[in-house]
Design a protein around this ligand. Structure first.
Ligand SMILES: [Zn+2]
Ligand SMILES: [Zn+2]
Ligand SMILES: [Zn+2]
Length: 257
């Protein structure tokens, strides 16, 4: 199974519009961060977690050939507003979309045009909405898409309830600034971790880099990549500063799990 980091940047993306800071003007391709999402693929299954605002460019860059299901972490614009660009994958089939109840409700409101009866032509993404309830997560109900089995892991993003996802020994946790105790239990045995780490400065809804390191240690992941990075941190500097086993994620990073 292969996990590809489609995007590793915060909601503004890096470079940020109208900024001439050293990271936004860096020549290092690792400092070009599109909005956060990942692609999970096996020989016969393709799953995406979040359709970021940069989804079209990411899908073209990685040559994503097909899509079997879409999972949302939460309903913030940077994670879901690429939805219209999944249309090439839904010409001949309806794609199931999963997220917690808050996310699915908000998604239906924000993208009401998808569910309206409208004239043919132009096209709309063909999707079915599948809310994951608190009961589902409490009972550790997994969702199977082809040969990919996903376990939803509740995490907190300020006051907002967000879902991280565990797939075998890999976990994807963004956006978040707190992992509840019951979710640490769900992450027991995770070897590979991609986790939110916005910057060094404290933030009310995102882990800082030291907080993400602490969470990674608590989980016991052998290899961790920090994602949702903002323009405060340059890839190369951060790479030098991080302890063994922890590295900055970057667009196009591939993790074999
Ligand atoms: Zn975000
Ligand atoms: Zn900048
Ligand atoms: Zn968010």
């Amino acid at each position: 199974m292969l996990v590809t980091v489609l995007g590793s940047g915060t909601s503004f993306g890096v470079p940020s519009i109208n900024c001439d800071c050293p990271v936004c003007t860096s020549d290092d391709p690792h400092d070009k961060r599109t909005r956060t999402s990942v692609w999970i693929q096996t020989e016969n299954t393709s799953v995406i977690i979040d359709t970021s605002t940069d989804f079209r460019a990411q899908a073209l860059r990685e040559k994503i050939p097909s899509l079997d299901a879409l999972f949302f972490t939460h309903c913030h614009a940077d994670h879901i507003h690429g939805i219209d660009d999944i249309r090439p994958f839904t010409f001949h089939k309806t794609i199931p979309v999963y997220g917690n109840e808050v996310t699915i409700k908000e998604f239906r409101n924000r993208f009401s045009y998808i569910f309206m009866d409208t004239q043919k032509g132009g096209g709309k993404p063909r999707i079915s909405l599948n809310p994951i309830s608190d009961k589902d997560t409490a009972e550790r109900r997994t969702i199977n898409i082809g040969d990919v089995e996903l376990l939803p892991v509740p995490i907190k993003h300020g006051k907002l309830d967000v879902l991280g996802y565990r797939i075998n020994n890999f976990a994807y946790l963004t956006d978040c600034n707190l992992i509840p105790e019951s979710s640490y239990e769900k992450l027991d045995g995770v070897e590979y971790l991609v986790i939110d780490a916005l910057r060094y400065q404290p933030h009310p809804t995102h882990f800082t880099i030291p907080e993400a390191i602490e969470a990674s240690r608590r989980i016991g992941a052998g290899k961790t990549w920090l994602t949702h990075l903002c323009h405060d941190v340059g890839h190369e500097d951060l790479k030098q500063e991080l302890p063994d086993g922890i590295a900055p994620a970057f667009d196009g990073l591939k993790i074999e799990i």
